[in-house]
Write a protein that binds this ligand. Structure first.
Ligand SMILES: [Zn+2]
Length: 425
C-alpha cells in the first residue's frame, strides 16, 4: 500500500471541518511537530528504504529478480560515492549454491541451483588496516522458509530486516569520505543471509582483500525500530577488549546500549567472528512484524535510525587510532549444543530486556507457552528447577528438556508471580 502522506491528509480534513474540533486540532499540531522531528535525519535514508522495501523489489528473495534489482541499486550507489569495485565482477562477487536445503549447510560452487551475489565497494585511504561495514540485503521474497506468516504468499518487504541496515551502510559510505582515514573501509551488501549467512560465509572464505588486514567488522541487521527508551542492542562486544573500552566513552543523546558478549549470533558478524575478526552486530530489537509481510517502511523510526548511525560514526572515530584490534574468543563455544535444543516454548524473547529473567515479546499460537496460558509481556523467571538469568540463560536451559516433558514455569506478570504447567511437544 502506498504510504499516506499525513500532512496532506491532515490539511484536507482541516479544510473540511475548520478548527471546530479541538481534539482534531491537537492531532494536526502533533503531526506538524512530528514533521519537524522527522527532519532530524538524512532524507536519503528514507528514500533508500522506500525503494528497497517497495513491492517492486518483491521482498528481495535470495537469487530472485527483486534481489538483483537491489544489488544493482547498491552498486550504483557505491559507484556514485566513488568507491572502488572490490568484487570479482566489478562490485559483484557472484557465487553459486548447491544443496541449498541440506540441513548440514549448503555448499558453494561455480555453478549450482542458485546464483547469488555479494556487492562490495572499497573506500581506499591507503591505510594498513581495513574496517568491514556490512549489511545483508536479501530477505524472504514472497515467503521462504523463515517466514512467520501463515496467510499464504505475500511480499515480505523487509523494511527493518534489512533495508534499514543497507540504508545505514549507504549512509556511512558517504559520511566516511575523507574522515577517520587511518583505516580503509570495505562496504559489503551480503546476499543469502536469511538462508544461513551465505554471503558473509562465502566472503570470509573467498575474501577479495587479505583477511588479516581486516581490523574489525560492523554488522547492521535490523536497525530501523529503535524503541521509545532508545535501547540499542550491540552483540558481540566480547570479541575484542577495544569495544567496551571505547563504547564506555560514547554518549549519543537518545541512545542507551544493551550489550551481549558472544560472537556467535544469528547474523553475518558471526562469519567474521569465526574467522578471528572482532565483530559486532547493531540491532534495535525484535517486533511483531518480524519475518512477516507487515515489516513495512512506514513503521521505520527514521530519527532513531539516524541516532544509531551517529553512534556508529562515533565508534568508528574512536577506533581510528587503535591500529589493528585485538581479537578475543567469547564463551559461546557451546553455541552448537545450545542450537541443538529439541524443545521450544514458542515465544519471541525481548532482546532488549535487561532485567531478571526473560521477557516475552510475542507468542505463537498452539505452541507450548500459548497452550499453558502464558502471555506476551510475561517474564519467565524459572523453568523446572532452573533459574532463568536472561535470554542467553533461557536458550541454554532449553537444551535440558525433552519433548514430552511437563515442567512448572514460574513467571512474573505485572507485580504477580504465578506458575504455569508447560508441556513440551
Ligand atoms: Zn536480517
Amino acid at each position: 500500500m502506498k504510504k499516506l502522506n499525513s500532512t496532506v491528509f491532515c490539511y484536507q480534513w482541516r479544510i473540511l471541518f475548520g478548527a471546530c474540533a479541538l481534539t482534531f486540532f491537537i492531532q494536526c499540531t502533533s503531526v506538524r511537530s512530528d514533521k519537524v522531528v522527522k527532519n532530524q535525519y538524512d532524507a536519503q535514508i528514507e528514500m533508500d528504504i522506500e525503494y528497497l522495501a517497495s513491492d517492486e523489489l518483491e521482498g528481495r528473495g535470495t537469487g530472485e529478480k527483486g534481489e538483483k534489482l537491489a544489488a544493482e541499486y547498491i552498486s550504483m550507489r557505491m559507484k556514485e560515492a566513488g568507491l572502488k569495485p572490490k568484487g570479482t565482477n566489478g562490485y559483484y562477487q557472484d557465487f553459486a549454491v548447491k544443496n541449498k536445503d541440506n540441513p548440514h549447510g549448503a555448499e558453494f560452487a561455480q555453478s549450482g541451483e542458485m546464483m547469488v551475489r555479494n556487492v562490495i565497494g572499497f573506500l581506499d585511504n591507503n591505510a594498513l588496516n581495513t574496517v568491514v561495514i556490512g549489511a545483508h540485503y536479501d530477505h524472504l521474497g514472497y515467503a521462504h522458509a523463515g517466514s512467520l506468516f501463515d496467510g499464504g504468499n505475500a511480499i515480505h518487504n523487509g523494511a527493518d530486516d534489512n533495508a534499514s541496515g543497507v540504508a545505514g551502510m549507504l549512509y556511512l559510505m558517504k559520511e566516511l569520505q575523507g574522515k577517520y582515514t587511518q583505516n580503509n573501509y570495505l562496504f559489503i551488501g551480503f546476499s543469502g543471509e536469511e538462508y544461513g549467512l551465505w554471503g558473509s560465509n562465502y566472503f570470509t572464505k573467498n575474501s577479495t582483500i587479505a583477511l588479516d588486514e581486516i581490523t574489525y567488522m560492523l554488522n547492521m541487521d535490523m536497525i530501523g525500530r529503535l524503541n521509545e527508551e532508545g535501547k540499542l542492542s550491540i552483540n558481540g562486544v566480547g570479541t575484542s577488549p577495544a569495544w567496551k573500552e571505547e563504547m564506555s566513552d560514547i554518549h549519543v543523546k537518545g541512545i542507551s546500549t544493551v550489550t551481549t558478549e558472544g560472537g556467535m549470533g544469528a547474523s553475518d558478524h558471526t562469519s567474521f567472528y569465526v574467522s578471528d575478526i572482532p565483530a559486532v552486530h547493531f540491532f534495535t530489537g525484535q517486533h511483531e512484524d518480524y519475518h512477516k509481510p507487515s515489516d513495512d517502511e512506514e513503521k521505520i523510526n527514521y530519527k532513531g535510525l539516524q541516532l544509531v548511525l551517529d553512534y556508529m560514526m562515533k565508534l568508528i572515530e574512536k577506533l581510528d587510532d587503535n591500529g589493528h584490534l585485538v581479537f578475543t574468543e567469547t564463551k559461546d563455544a557451546d553455541q552448537q549444543s545450545r542450537r541443538s535444543f529439541k524443545v521450544t516454548l514458542g515465544v519471541m524473547p525481548d532482546y532488549l530486556y535487561d532485567g531478571d529473567g526473560m521477557r516475552i515479546d510475542g507468542i505463537r499460537a498452539d505452541r507450548p507457552a500459548f497452550n499453558a496460558g502464558i502471555e506476551k509481556g510475561d517474564v519467565v523467571l524459572q523453568m523446572g528447577e532452573y533459574k532463568v538469568d536472561g535470554m542467553e540463560s533461557y536458550m541454554d536451559l532449553l537444551a535440558k528438556f525433552e519433548p514430552g516433558d511437563t515442567i512448572t514455569v514460574k513467571i512474573k506478570r505485572g507485580k504477580k508471580i504465578i506458575e504455569k504447567k508447560v508441556s513440551f511437544d
